[in-house]
Design a protein around this ligand. Structure first.
Ligand SMILES: [Zn+2]
Length: 213
């Protein structure tokens, strides 16, 4: 079941790897299917050699419906996020280095560039440390999410999400670019310029001209 969607999630993980957001078998990818069940990458398997049938299909409470692999060790946190964020259909968990670096020196990545407003939908919060691989990480994401498409997990990584794989992947990639730029600005030691709420609101407005018709 869901052959196409399984391959899309593997492709998503490979793209995360290609963009330097994960290494080895780190991170995970999961997706809520229209029926409500959750498709998830397995625990500790390299994405380059992963087959579609290695992904695990479970119900919203974590009962395995299809698959012989163990799901990601973060499955309890991921199921909690899906349960409490009904508009989220895809979650990417990464250990992207610039976002982790930022989490050690700041409480948020401010919406200080047009790309962050366009691709992340605003400032990205840093959630305090929680132990990995348990539900607490999911509770922390739900508690600290602020309408942007990601939460940075202090000392750990990122949960980026969206309505589909493209939106979630875009959020994770542009978040890393944004963290890189913000850290570079901080490293100068000079004050970092902010955008006003009005400027952020103006940039957020739909302008109807981007991409191809
Ligand atoms: Zn992790």
């Amino acid at each position: 079941m869901y052959e196409k969607e399984r391959q899309e999630l593997i492709d998503c993980a490979l793209s995360m790897e290609a963009h330097g957001l994960i290494v080895q078998s780190g991170g995970n990818v999961s997706r809520r299917m229209p029926c409500g069940n959750i498709l998830m990458t397995p625990s500790a398997m390299a994405y380059g050699s992963m087959d579609p049938e290695d992904l695990v299909l479970m119900d919203p409470d974590g009962k395995i419906i299809e698959g012989t692999r163990r799901p990601s060790s973060d499955h309890q946190a991921l199921l909690y996020i899906f349960k409490h964020m009904p508009r989220v259909n895809v979650i990417l968990h990464t250990h992207q280095p610039y976002a982790v670096a930022l989490s050690l020196v700041a409480d948020e990545l401010p919406a200080c560039t047009t790309t962050l407003i366009d691709e992340l939908q605003g400032a990205v919060p840093v959630a305090p440390f929680t132990r990995s691989s348990d539900e607490g990480m999911g509770i922390s994401v739900v508690t600290h999410c602020n309408g942007s498409l990601a939460v940075i997990l202090k000392h750990h990584g990122v949960m980026a999400y969206g309505k589909d794989p493209e939106q979630a992947l875009s959020a994770a990639i542009y978040l890393e670019e944004g963290c890189k730029g913000y850290l570079a600005a901080l490293a100068t030691g000079r004050p970092v310029a902010r955008l006003s709420a009005e400027q952020v609101a103006a940039e957020s407005q739909e302008r109807g001209y981007y991409g191809q018709p």
